[in-house]
Design a protein around this ligand. Structure first.
Ligand code: ADP
Ligand code: MG
Length: 253
């Protein structure tokens, strides 16, 4: 099996007036099927630039990017978009759901962009299955404003899953959520990863990064550390612990 991601000496230079900004500098990185990686680093270190390149939203200035075995570094706009739609599911900090649309319809959306769309009935079934995967099948007809932040993010995860992508890319997926809800989202990611789904997530929170299996830290456009997570947080256990604490507080109150 090819690596899901193989970056060879990827560089991104932005032209900002007369100034060249070297946002990513000769970064090489390999991510295999089934990995769960956090990309970390201070503001301005190049995380978003990396995400945009990994997500085929932008092309590197130089270097080679193989996505799931395909060289995407030289592709034109349309071919890049095709690769993006087929191979990558995106999850953003702000959920990016359509507000006047049910959870089910939100999840169906990426299937509408397919070159050969499935019959409507099959689209419904696949969207329902994706909602089931994130524990929200019962709320299929709720609109985003009838769902909590954590539930909305789980709808977004279902939407990212629906085309059966090779890679889930999440940009600060817990950035808008309280700490317990953040752990619930990490529980969903850990369950998906246990099923073999490859996940790459940008976060600046070390606590959240410890739910992944590998931490890549950037500074000034280069990778400064790349290490397996030694003591991994297990979201299920953490949630159980929080529940027990909560009960103890209620008993003593
Ligand atoms: P991070 O996501 O880690 O905060 P970014 O990838 O957004 O970092 O930015 C890396 C560097 O590239 C920063 O110095 C930033 O100012 C610069 N940069 C990002 N996007 C652009 C752009 N479109 N034009 C010019 N400079 C940019
Ligand atoms: Mg950023």
């Amino acid at each position: 099996m090819p690596a899901v991601i193989q970056l060879d000496a990827i560089t991104k230079i932005y032209q900002s007036g007369d100034v060249e900004v070297h946002a990513v500098q000769a970064v090489s990185l390999e991510i295999q099927v089934g990995e769960f990686v956090a990309i970390m680093g201070a503001s301005g270190s190049g995380k978003s630039t990396m995400m945009n390149i990994l997500g085929c939203l932008d092309r590197p200035t130089s270097g080679r990017y193989l996505l799931d075995g395909t060289d995407v570094s030289q592709l034109g706009r349309n071919e890049l978009a095709d690769n993006r739609n087929q191979k990558i599911g995106f999850i953003f900090q702000g959920f990016n759901l359509l507000s006047r649309t049910s959870a089910l319809e939100n999840v169906e959306l990426p299937m509408l962009y397919a070159r050969q769309p499935l019959p409507a009935k099959e689209q419904h079934q696949r969207a329902l299955k994706a909602l089931e995967t994130v524990g929200l099948a019962k709320r299929f007809d709720h609109h985003p404003n009838q769902l909590s932040g954590g539930q909305q993010q789980r709808v977004a995860i279902a939407r990212a899953l629906v085309n059966d992508p090779a890679l889930l890319l999440a940009d600060e997926p817990t950035g808008n959520l309280d700490s317990r809800t953040s752990i619930e989202i990490m529980e969903t990611f850990q369950a998906l990863n246990d099923r073999g789904i490859t996940i790459v997530m940008v976060t600046h929170e070390p606590d959240i990064a410890r739910y992944t299996k590998r931490n890549v830290v950037m500074r000034d456009g280069v990778i400064v550390t790349d290490q397996p997570v030694a003591e991994r947080n297990v979201a299920k256990e953490e949630l159980r612990r929080l529940d027990a604490e909560h009960q103890a507080v209620q008993l003593t109150a």
